[in-house]
Design a protein around this ligand. Structure first.
Ligand SMILES: C[S@@+](CC[C@H](N)C(=O)[O-])C[C@H]1O[C@@H](n2cnc3c(N)ncnc32)[C@H](O)[C@@H]1O
Length: 222
């Protein structure tokens, strides 16, 4: 059975600071938290080709790959160059445009909307902190379980440190003009493993490359 979770607002990442940064291919861009703390976003790396850490994730991909929150699409474009079937989805038109320009297939859509090939993807990616999408990682994991084929793999990038946070954030280019508030989350490897086990997932691999941490998870059948 396919579960479609109630969609959180998808407009947050369509705000100007993100579109401007993606068009320019560089920051500065931050997640500005309600408590005033700023988390830098690595727009330059997202807009470059896959680095050694990204390549380690690409090496785990099996079957058709759904890159959830693909941003400017470096992973989808690399898979396309290797003739590996892949689709990026993103709610930001600038991200979808950049992904397509770099040769990847991309759809302007939220992960919480109905999507092509639900229940048939071999792998799903949640890169660069995308476990935070929607601010409720348990709901996101449930949604991803419904997108994957039986035995499919979720390849998720966690925070490198042990954090487990839910918070409101806005996108901020450092200019004092921030976009609308949206819910986000940050999970370290231990927090993801705990949440995943409770949601019926089994961790199958965990690795760190260049200070970036990844976990591969497989869902234990419906
Ligand atoms: C932290 S950025 C990650 C960037 C990306 N992985 C990359 O390689 O550039 C989060 C991305 O998720 C997208 N996003 C946010 N909410 C989403 C949703 N509900 N469904 C799909 N994408 C979403 C944003 O537009 C943004 O591109």
């Amino acid at each position: 059975m396919v579960t479609v979770t109630a969609a959180p607002p998808a407009h947050a990442w369509t705000a100007d600071p993100y579109a401007v940064a993606l068009r320019a291919g560089r920051g500065p861009l931050y997640l500005l938290r309600a408590d005033g703390r700023r988390l830098p976003l690595d727009v330059e790396r997202w807009c470059a080709g896959p680095d050694v850490a990204d390549l380690s994730v690409l090496g785990h991909c099996r079957g058709g790959v759904l890159d959830i929150g693909c941003g400017p699409g470096r992973m989808v474009a690399a898979l396309a160059r290797a003739d590996h079937p892949a689709l990026g989805i993103d709610t930001a038109p600038a991200a979808v445009a950049r992904t397509r320009d770099s040769g990847g297939a991309a759809l302007l859509a939220s992960v919480f909307q109905r999507l092509p090939a639900e229940g048939r993807w071999g792998s799903a990616l949640l890169m660069d902190g995308n476990l935070g999408i929607g601010g409720d990682p348990a709901a996101l994991l449930r949604r991803v379980a419904g997108l994957l084929a039986p035995g499919g793999l979720l390849l998720a990038e966690t925070a490198a440190t042990e954090v487990d946070e839910r918070f409101e954030a806005r996108l901020d280019a450092g200019s004092g003009v921030a976009g609308p508030a949206f819910a986000w989350a940050r999970l370290g490897p231990g927090a993801l493993r705990g949440l995943a086990r409770r949601g019926g997932w089994s961790p199958v691999a965990q690795w760190t490359v260049a200070d970036r941490a990844f976990t591969a998870l497989r869902h234990r059948e419906p």
